[in-house]
Design a protein around this ligand. Sequence first.
Ligand code: DHB
Ligand code: MG
Length: 218
Amino acid sequence: MSQDQWGAVDDYFVSLLVPSDDARDAALQSIVDAKMPLMNVAPNQGMLLHLLARSHGVRSILEIGTMVGYSTIWLARALPADGRLVTLEINPDYAAIARANIERAGLANRVEIQVGPAIEALPKLSGPFDLVFIDADKVNNPAYLEWALRLTKPGSLIIIDNVVRSGAVTDLNSTDASVQGTQKALAMLAENPRIVSTALQTVGSKGYDGFAIALVTE
Ligand code: DHB
Ligand code: MG
């Protein structure tokens, strides 16, 4: 099994099941144009986020880590017309690109981008949110999850991106702060009696990665 094969299978699935969309394509192109790292979710992963939000009747979404707004577009398109999405982005250049992408997608009325460190924005937010997507720096994942737990309610979903760390997530002696942040966040899910959760490894056009998905219960 190789990256070429994973990519070819993703391309096949996406060509069959993920309709093309000018606004999403433009958002992906904006990453290339700005020479940014390719940290976007894959199209079929974006569709998974969309399906989770839509099938769960989600009306309010918090996204931690906007980048160019690609996953933002996927998630916001799952909202009803009166739904809202708040997305937090530390990098003002990324946020400006995201704003243009979200406007192009016709979602500006549903999406609020807050520019600055998420760790400073989170205490000022009022929830509850029906879905939180944690996809920023991995070092702060424990703090982001702590806030996600405070800003959600029974029935809310919390999704954490990039929990595999190329497999290093199993290394309990890791000195990598992103690995440690991911391990701590997973331990917080495990220890919380209000949380039912799982984590999945993925391969595909984005390589080897994975998500954690958690449901807040009573
Ligand atoms: C990285 C971050 C992401 O959110 C992602 O989806 C892929 C990679 C990174 O920091 O390398
Ligand atoms: Mg990510």
